[in-house]
Design a protein around this ligand. Structure first.
Ligand SMILES: [Zn+2]
Length: 249
């Protein structure tokens, strides 16, 4: 690391749990963030400011006026631009020393598979079950840890699904893909603006912990927040041996 980097990341390097070694792991890491909306905004901002060496951000939406209430990567003057282009501008302004790969597309199939395989950690910041399940399948296949967040109305949730750990459940253990679930999203239900900030920031925190290898991740635990009362509920998750994605079948 050069003098500029030592200064820029000094408040991380001062942390015994991170230090220069940990910061170098962050610099060498590749975070794949899927979704550049409410959750993806704070997640990407913190991963970029913290110096995550490569950030791939995928989203095929354009910035809409209704996004600006909570999607803090975007600005009024960038309404109408692709979200990933707007995001790249915001992230580069904070940290020009990292690589940002902006993909204006909806990832699936072989494309999703290849990107997940190349990632150190994947952050699911999407809002529909089909995509969530596709991301989970790719993470299980390639044993890449997945940091999953969700937020709707005043309800948030976050967990980590770490396929490197043989006892860690996957997303499908929790929400079986064959179960039909109606997508509920912000367009119809509304969402409390800072809630996505809280959950997205926690996703960045879990991703950095996984990259550096510190602390205890949320693998095996689902944290649910009711922002009306600011009360957290923790649910212990177990691997489902009959899971259609990670089980023995
Ligand atoms: Zn599973």
């Amino acid at each position: 690391m050069n003098d500029h980097q030592l200064l820029r990341y000094s408040r991380h390097i001062l942390l015994d749990d991170i230090d220069i070694d940990g910061q170098q792991k962050i610099t060498a890491a590749h975070a794949l963030i899927i979704g550049a909306g409410g959750l993806g905004s704070p997640a990407a901002l913190y991963l970029a400011s913290a110096g995550t060496g490569t950030i791939t951000l995928a989203d095929q939406d354009t910035v809409d006026l209704t996004n600006l209430q909570r999607q803090i990567l975007h600005t009024t003057e960038r309404v109408g631009q692709p979200k990933v282009a707007s995001a790249r501008q915001a992230l580069t302004a904070i940290n020009p020393g990292i690589d940002i790969i902006a993909l204006d597309e909806r990832l699936d199939g072989a494309r999703l598979d290849a990107l997940v395989r190349s990632a150190t950690v994947v952050l699911d910041c999407t809002d529909n079950f089909a995509t969530r399940h596709a991301i989970n399948r790719a993470c299980v296949t390639h044993k890449v840890p997945l940091v999953s967040g969700a937020a709707i109305r005043f309800d948030g949730q976050i967990s980590v699904f770490d396929a490197r750990d043989p006892v860690s459940p996957c997303y499908a253990c929790l929400f079986p893909p064959q179960q039909s679930v109606d997508d509920i999203n912000c367009a119809t239900m509304g969402v409390f603006a800072p809630l996505v900030g809280i959950i997205g920031s926690m996703q960045a925190a879990e991703a950095l912990k996984l990259i550096v290898g510190i602390g205890t991740s949320l693998a095996g635990r689902l944290q649910m927040l009711d922002a009306r009362t600011m009360e957290w509920t923790t649910i212990t998750l177990r691997r489902d041996a009959a899971c259609s994605v990670c089980g023995h079948h």
